[in-house]
Design a protein around this ligand. Structure first.
Ligand SMILES: Cc1cc2nc3c(=O)[nH]c(=O)nc-3n(C[C@H](O)[C@H](O)[C@H](O)COP(=O)(O)O)c2cc1C
Length: 510
């Protein structure tokens, strides 16, 4: 098995799933090569070296989890499983809940092989790509993890939030509202303090998988990864902040997230009385424009016509730790169905399936279509055996209302149990033949969306109207005449088995 990025790449190399490329340009070429190869269902992982203008050994890895098999490897599931079977296996794994295993201090910390600090900090020593043509800059963090500690409860969060490079020691990480690091960051700021943080830029894929997964507040992704790996993650302390960083990480930036404005920084009296541990950083105030960036729904979104996000807080880098021959992990988003996380459609399908099954009987499968979005649940299909009037609509309502299904979700399609929700051919056939638009579609208005939603106009976004709508679609036999619905024109399994037995060898040999 593997417990760092290099170990994972070695496994891929031994399976001939790693392509090494020399001489590519960080400016657009690495992004475009990644996109070109990721479109193939059996896409190899890519390791770029000898990058234009950079010393050999300063490398970038992309397309790491582009196939279901590699996602299964990372999620510690059997790699021969595919589609719905993978979703079933993940549900089984998480049935008893996450039982965190705390990280331990490492004896050896390869991440500290090189330490650069103070005026020597220069992020341009790494071949940071400009991934897409209309990106507003170079993005050092796309497959990264931001590490922060809650000032009250002391637990450590890891979350993946994209990191733009602004100058030699300044980056920003863009965090949506409600994310755990955003909550922690604001707690520090409201007490007049910058938020100590570390950004890890290449790490054990299983740890990264937990960093992008929805893990409840209070449970550290370190503990979750320990549980998934079956043993603790080894960490070492960052010098100034004391934050635990993965001992076998490729590159880690240590520093502070500054409040974007004086208002955000000035302490509120009651909170200011709480004493924070650790050395105080000078409370500077700084914000930059962030983006535009080619995003996960397949568009450049953001604010107004420029697509830039104004006033994004910066992260000042005080120290860099990196291994010899460091590997920057790249997970840039592209137009779906190119995946950019790790098995996200498996995790989201499993979460919606769990929620629907808690309320509704006889669910046979739930699948979020990668073709609509590789992250989130824009198009969710539920297959079930209808048992009573209203059963199918009830399932659609739960999928549309549960946490995993509600966020930016648009379409919830219910099909019968003779069809496979993960086969878009089956789903379209059901829509074409078992759905009567006039009677089978309901629209729910004013639902949970996000500023990443391309269908919300710039005017509405400007007014903070981040609202969408959802369609509940019954593409299943109408329950009142279920038994009388036309028979499917398909040979029965018995007939097929008989023919197979009699003709199989001739048909196979052509
Ligand atoms: C490749 C990738 C990039 C992501 N980028 C961002 C981002 O820029 N900002 C953000 O808020 N969430 C982003 N996410 C989603 C979060 O990582 C995810 O919701 C995670 O669970 C957040 O962790 P938290 O709940 O600990 O805050 C990204 C996810 C992936 C897979």
């Amino acid at each position: 098995m593997f417990d760092d990025l290099r170990g994972f790449l070695n496994i891929l190399k031994s399976q001939s799933e790693l392509k090494e490329i020399s001489g590519a340009d960080w400016d657009l070429e690495i992004g475009a090569i990644t996109e070109l190869l990721a479109a193939d269902a059996s896409a190899p992982a890519l390791l770029f070296d000898g990058i234009k203008g950079y010393s050999p050994g300063f490398r970038i890895a992309t397309n790491l989890f582009a196939t279901e098999q590699r996602s299964a490897l990372v999620l510690r599931l059997p790699s021969e499983l595919k589609g719905l079977d993978l979703v079933r296996a993940w549900r089984e794994k998480i049935r008893g809940g996450i039982k965190p295993i705390d990280p331990i201090d490492a004896k050896d910390a390869p991440v500290k092989e090189n330490i650069v600090e103070g005026d020597d900090v220069d992020l341009y020593r790494f071949p940071v790509p400009r991934w897409h043509e209309w990106d507003g800059g170079r993005y050092i963090g796309t497959g990264s993890m931001t590490i922060t500690r809650d000032p009250d409860e002391k637990w450590v969060n890891l979350g993946t939030y994209r990191v733009m490079l602004h100058d030699r020691n300044t980056t920003s990480f863009y965090i949506s509202v409600g994310r755990h690091a955003a909550i922690m960051r604001e707690k520090y700021w409201s007490r007049g303090r910058p938020c100590p943080a570390a950004i890890c830029l290449g790490q054990d894929p299983t740890l990264w998988a937990m960093s992008v997964a929805t893990i409840p507040w209070g449970i550290s992704e370190y503990g979750a990864a320990g549980w998934l790996r079956g043993g603790p993650v080894e960490v070492t302390s960052a010098q100034e902040t004391g934050l635990p960083i993965p001992a076998a990480a490729e590159i880690v930036l240590e520093g502070e997230a500054c409040p974007p404005s004086v208002e955000a920084r000035d302490p509120i009296p009651a909170a200011a009385e709480i004493v924070l541990e650790g050395e105080a950083f000078p409370p500077s105030v700084e914000a930059r424009e962030e983006g535009p960036f080619g995003e996960w729904m397949g568009y450049y979104v953001g604010h107004g016509k420029t697509g830039k996000r104004p006033n994004v807080p910066v992260f000042k880098v005080r120290r860099i730790y990196y291994r010899n021959d460091p590997i920057l992990q790249g997970n840039p988003p592209f137009k779906p169905p190119i995946p950019f996380g790790v098995g996200e459609h498996i995790l989201v399908s499993a979460a919606i399936w769990d929620a629907v099954e808690r309320e509704v009987p006889d669910v046979r499968g739930v699948w979020v279509a990668k073709e609509a979005s590789t992250w989130g649940a824009l198009f969710t299909v539920i297959s079930l055996r209808q048992r009573y009037p209203g059963h199918a609509k009830q399932a659609a309502c739960v999928a549309a209302g549960c946490r995993a299904g509600a966020y930016m979700g648009r379409f919830y399609v219910v099909i019968d149990d003779d069809l496979d929700p993960s086969k878009m051919g089956d789903v379209l056939w059901a829509l074409g033949t078992r759905c009567d638009p006039e009677r089978s579609i309901d629209v729910i208005r004013e639902t949970w969306s996000s500023e990443a939603d391309p269908i919300i106009s710039p005017e509405r976004k400007g007014k903070g109207e981040l609202l969408g709508s959802k369609a509940l679609i019954l593409a299943c036999k109408p329950y009142p005449w279920y038994e009388d619905f036309p028979k499917v024109n398909r040979a029965s399994p018995e007939l097929l088995a008989r023919v197979q037995e009699k003709w199989g060898s001739i048909l196979r040999n052509g």
